[in-house]
Design a binder for this molecule. Structure first.
Ligand code: HEM
Length: 146
């Protein structure tokens, strides 16, 4: 997988404060967009039934990731935990585009002109970088189960 370029990291990091400030609005908008798909909604409903919690940690993690975009080593433990939870919930590689397609427009919906093409494309790259890291961990965990 391709590492993020220093420029992408700089853009993502520079938007971390505004992402945090509007995090709840972005999160809510993201889930609104995501849950239009009944299969995806089903995954989260099942998770919530098991844990009794709202699925807000996914978006929080995505937004929090911005602060560590240049220091991914600190995310290792979190990545292992997330991958384990995903495997428990049967998240599959083909689900990743739906989250990208919900997150990026949600950022645009909430931030408006502040989320220009440059910002959105940096976030798109960052999302797919993290998605690739997770998918590869998850592949290993699914293989162990089989
Ligand atoms: C880069 C992409 C993603 C990131 C950073 C991410 C992050 C997270 C985090 C932090 C959690 C909470 C883990 C915990 O229990 O501590 C989580 C849970 C979960 N994620 Fe992801 N996720 C991503 C992609 C996806 C995708 C593509 C799906 C499937 C549509 C998905 C579905 C779920 C579900 C169902 C849960 C369990 C929610 C709950 O416990 O209520 N995630 N994810």
């Amino acid at each position: 997988m391709n590492a993020l370029t220093p420029e992408t990291i700089a853009i993502v990091k520079s938007t971390a404060p505004v992402m945090r400030q509007h995090g709840v609005a972005i999160t809510n908008r993201m889930y609104e967009r995501l849950f239009v798909d009944p299969e995806i909604k089903g995954l989260f409903d099942e998770a919530a039934q098991k844990s009794g919690e709202q699925p807000k940690r996914l978006a929080a993690a995505l937004l929090g990731f911005a602060s560590n975009a240049d220091n991914l080593d600190v995310l290792t433990a979190a990545i292992e935990r997330i991958a384990a939870r995903h495997v428990e919930m049967h998240v599959a590689p083909e689900h990743y585009p739906a989250v990208a397609n919900a997150l990026l427009p949600a950022i645009k919906d909430v931030l408006g002109d502040a989320a220009d093409e440059r910002v959105l494309s940096a976030w798109g790259e960052a999302y797919w970088f993290l998605a690739d890291v997770l998918k590869s961990h998850e592949r290993g965990l699914y293989a162990r189960e089989a």
